[in-house]
Ligand binder design. Sequence first.
Ligand code: SF4
Length: 221
Amino acid sequence: MSLSTTTIQEGLALAARVHKKYKPVWEGREPSEAAALALYFLPHRSTKLELVPTRPRMIKWYCPFADQAEFPTGHRYCINVFTGCEHNCEYCYAKAYEPGHASCKKDFARAFRRDLEELEAYEVPAAPVHLSNSTDPFQHLEAESGQTRFALEQILRYRRHFTSVVILTKNPGLAAKPEYLELLQKLNELPAGHARRDIFAHQGLPGLRVEVSVAFWREDV
Ligand code: SF4
């Protein structure tokens, strides 16, 4: 399915207003790609002259602070599966949300599916996705809520819209459980027909990374 000419024009009209900080992500792209990025990430009804990628999303722009001229990362996705984080690390801004506590996001599944459907409908080019910038996707809450598992299953269904899947956790034990391990192994494969499959295979890049951060309070350790 391709975007209609009218939809591409609507997207390009939004893209023309994108703030200069994010412009490098739009520059040099085919009109349909530039329109798709604008339609997915930019607010549609804002009356501001300049737009930033703040459309409310569960699958959202990775870092809305980074200047793309200085840090040319391209568009990337971030999914914060929960609000807050039980680890309560001293150095982390997540403490400001719900100190030492995490909760499930309201209406997470519905909003998550809607975002995936729109990624597909707009044909947004594939990009890396990161779980999670301001919460631990494998903290204890996951064992009772299964929200991270749901998100990963949905990413697997829509795998062609993502390149690398990166999971950052302080609790890799959960990732090693069979029901998660099987899912992670499937996510590691870019499916047939994926736009970057050959490049990943040629460069030996993994489709999935689980990163484990280890915090110490003793420098010698
Ligand atoms: S585990 Fe990560 S998200 Fe959670 S408080 Fe620590 S640094 Fe922040």
